[in-house]
Ligand binder design. Structure first.
Ligand SMILES: N[C@@H](CCC(=O)N[C@@H](CS)C(=O)NCC(=O)O)C(=O)O
Length: 198
């Protein structure tokens, strides 16, 4: 079995080192160049992503790109890691919803806030950050983690985003959110990932 993460430092692929450390199977990291917001970097011809982005994983002959697809693929491929409810589990639907909500709602909402764009109500497929955070805070009032009281792969997306961008000023840090971020950020796998990315 071969498992390779195409990675660029200081990018979304950092969280996938964390995920791979949580999974605990052997993997390799291959650094690729990407186009950066400041104009540096360039498309890397060895990256199979259609737009030269990261993360990408290559598992034997299978190439997967897009964060939430990679997350679902890996947690299904390595169910023994117990990081994502499998087909037949009563939490599976919730898991898929939170994965898609991240790419379809959370990322566009935060990008709009960052770029100071208004979200056109009823037209866009997402809502503004305060509505997103209301949903997340309500979830965290009763749950220690997004899906319940167990850590799953979606907590790498949500806990990671709120932990890494906590000082962005884009969202309010409630007590429930701070406690959640602290739980996620104290994962030993995240510490190991940081060392691998150093
Ligand atoms: N929709 C992609 C977004 C990936 C993405 O935008 N990655 C950034 C790094 S954080 C990138 O590779 N940028 C290079 C570029 O846009 O050419 C996903 O969910 O995986």
């Amino acid at each position: 079995m071969t498992l390779t993460l195409l990675h660029a430092p200081k990018s979304r692929s950092q969280s996938f080192i964390w995920l791979l450390e949580e999974i605990g199977q052997p993997y390799e990291i291959k650094q690729v160049d990407i186009r950066r917001g400041d104009g540096s970097g360039k498309l890397d011809p060895t990256n199979p992503h259609p737009h030269g982005k990261v993360p990408v994983i290559i598992h034997d002959d299978t190439v997967v790109h897009e964060q939430t697809a990679i997350m679902l693929y890996l947690t299904d491929a390595f169910p023994q890691a117990k990081l994502g409810p499998q087909v037949g589990d009563k939490l599976r639907g919730n898991y898929l919803s939170w994965l898609s909500y991240y790419s379809g709602v959370v990322e566009p909402a935060f990008l709009c806030a960052f770029m100071k764009y208004d979200v056109p109500r009823g037209t866009a497929g997402w809502v503004a950050v305060p509505e997103v955070m209301q949903h997340i805070n309500k979830t965290l009032e009763t749950n220690e983690y997004i899906l319940g009281n167990e850590f799953t792969a979606v907590d790498i997306l949500y806990g990671g985003t709120f932990g890494f961008f906590g000082d962005s000023g884009l969202f309010e840090k409630t007590d429930a959110l701070n406690a959640y971020v602290k739980r996620c950020m104290s994962r030993p796998a995240l510490q190991r990932a940081g060392q691998k990315d150093a």
